[in-house]
Ligand binder design. Structure first.
Ligand code: PRT
Ligand code: MG
Length: 219
């Protein structure tokens, strides 16, 4: 591969879709639609820039290990990964949602917290959940799940879940209520430290273009 190539890791779906306008602002157009193609490496209108498609949770690993120079990942994914080795220059303000605690409507969460009961919490986000309940001094039994967290309180597996919420319709459809907001989540640009040194100019230009193009509320 040409040493001047810039590789950007994205996950399919909302992160890919919401990164496209930022790329466009940097003068980069992805010339293949990932929903129609089976390719995992997508060319762009700029010969030196390519996009690799990876699972959302694999983006930090690709960037940290140099499989990609840059990537876009949710704050949730970065916290769970423990992204100390990653340079995180920008909050892109995209793929926004919040991390929340939810329970069945008939579970008295404030009372459980007040009484110091052990709360059984099912989640994919164990690092965030552990820190949150430790900060509050709530005793929890964490149950690690990989998907469909909403089912856990409905089947008696757990009293509560910690999950991402955006519109709230998934919780509502499963008769769960959001009882606590843990943090606001958005996606960040992450950069490989060595790539930043070796390809400083083109990477800087991308960071600057993304910074100018990101949605209003991003900090
Ligand atoms: O879906 P897949 O298993 O392939 O991977 P992924 O879930 O890791 O990827 P993806 O593309 O779904 O999410 C990528 C990133 O988008 C996450 O890391 C978040 O930072 C961000 N994001 C923003 C969300 C949501 N909004 C979101 N609503 N990620 C997930 N959800 C899920 C949530 O977990 C819940 O199941 O959508 C459901 C709730 O949505 P509402 O609108 O019903 O509240
Ligand atoms: Mg998903």
């Amino acid at each position: 591969m040409n040493p001047a190539t810039i590789t950007l890791a994205l996950s399919k779906g909302r992160i890919f879709d919401e990164t496209l306008p930022l790329l466009a602002a940097a003068g980069i157009e992805v010339t293949e639609d990932p929903e129609r193609s089976r390719k995992l490496i997508l060319p762009t209108s700029r010969p030196e820039v390519r996009v690799v498609l990876v699972r959302a949770t694999d983006v930090p690993t690709y960037v940290e290990q140099g499989g990609a120079d840059l990537g876009v990942a949710g704050l949730d994914v970065l916290i769970e990964h423990g992204g100390a080795a990653l340079y995180q220059p920008l909050d892109l303000g995209i793929a926004r949602c919040r991390m929340s605690v939810a329970t069945r409507a008939d579970f008295d969460y404030p009372a459980a917290v007040r009484q110091g009961s052990r709360v059984r919490v099912a989640t994919k986000y164990t690092a965030i959940a552990r820190q949150h309940f430790a900060d509050k001094g709530v005793h929890v039994d964490l149950i690690k799940l990989y998907g469909s967290m909403e089912l856990a309180p409905l089947t008696g597996l757990a009293d509560a879940i910690v999950d991402l919420v955006s519109t709230g319709s998934t919780l509502k459809a499963n008769q769960l209520v959001e009882v606590e907001r843990i943090m606001d989540i958005s996606s960040r640009l992450v950069v490989n430290q060595a790539a930043l040194k070796l390809k400083r100019e083109p990477i800087r230009r991308l960071i600057d273009a993304f910074g100018r193009a990101r949605p209003e509320q991003a900090s």
